[in-house]
Design a protein around this ligand. Structure first.
Ligand code: GLU
Length: 306
């Protein structure tokens, strides 16, 4: 079997929190336990929220943890010319159309939503005439039409996940009205061009996988393996986020060594029998997808900092 290629795809909008560290650790362990390589890419499409300084801090944080990478590919903010090329492919396939719906139209209470609140685009702008399009007098977002087809993700953690894009999200935006490409397109192109063979990230992104698989099939990329790891929750059941300053790496570095942090996370994830200090390299020898806990992981902050 050829060697796996994994990736870290952090958004440099703040310090890593424990959830990011956990997903990054599992991505690294999976690849390194089989002699593969890791690609690092900064996902900085949102230039308002991201910065080069945060990107530098993220690199230092990964190094501190011993989660090394073999190659860093250019940040997304520098690749709009590349994304243009793939956008034109979709255009040539006749799969794109301009959408003039406003944010308030899309999010109105009358808009179609699934029971979990997911918005399903009903195709409002799909059949506008050129005249109607011109009458809006402003730049549109661009949507890709989706087929009525079920996509199956054989997830390394979550098992089989099925989704039909036409009923789950409808035609989705690939380029915003301000010309910025969206995450789904950028991530598909970047993973595909970097030859990524496995995508390991938080469970919250599982429902993005079918959209990415669809774009992969249009662009001619092979589908990577997917592993969507459990979310880390604070003791009160909240998801950890970048707002939890007490759980970001800046704070955690002041109270513990990287080996202790990795050991605690690995223990909570069922990879170790006891919370002992262990390096990323040593932990790679303990890694197996079958051992990894599937349910959300509740973290008692005090157990980390005492
Ligand atoms: N950039 C995303 C994040 O930091 C991750 C996207 C991905 O792994 O596909 O949450």
């Amino acid at each position: 079997m050829s060697r796996p290629v994994g990736r870290f795809a952090p958004t440099p909008s703040g310090r890593m929190h424990l959830g990011n560290v956990f997903a990054g650790m599992i991505a690294w362990l999976s690849v390194k336990s089989r002699g593969g390589s890791m690609v690092l890419r900064m996902e900085d499409l949102d230039t308002q929220r991201t910065s080069g300084e945060y990107a530098e801090v993220l690199r230092k944080d990964l190094q501190w943890l011993g989660l090394t990478w073999d190659l860093e590919t250019p940040p997304q903010s520098s690749r709009s010319g590349v994304y243009d090329k793939y956008f034109r492919q979709l255009e040539e396939l006749g799969l794109l159309y301009p959408c003039y719906c406003t944010r308030s139209q899309l999010h109105s209470v009358n808009a179609p939503h699934l029971s979990d609140g997911t918005y399903v685009y009903p195709g409002t702008c799909r059949n506008l005439t050129p005249r109607q399009q011109a009458d809006f007098g402003r730049d549109p977002a661009w949507r890709v039409t989706v087929p009525d087809k079920e996509w199956t993700v054989e997830d390394l953690v979550q098992g089989t996940y099925r989704e039909n894009l036409s009923t789950h999200c409808g035609d989705f935006v690939v380029r915003r009205a301000d010309g910025v490409y969206v995450y789904q397109l950028a991530v598909t192109v970047d993973d595909g061009e970097a030859g990524v063979t496995e995508v390991v990230r938080g469970m919250d992104l599982l429902s993005s996988a079918p959209r990415q698989m669809y774009l992969q099939s249009l662009f001619g990329f092979s589908h990577p393996a997917y592993g969507h790891v459990p979310m880390l929750l604070a003791a009160d059941g909240r998801r950890l986020s970048k707002r939890d300053k007490d759980m970001d790496l800046g704070y955690l570095q002041t109270c513990m060594k990287p080996e202790m942090l990795l050991g605690l996370l690995a223990y909570h994830a069922n990879l170790l029998d006891s919370p002992e200090a262990i390096s990323a390299r040593e932990l790679a020898g303990e890694f197996a997808w079958e051992k990894l806990k599937k349910e959300d992981i509740c973290i008692d902050v005090s157990s980390f900092v005492s």
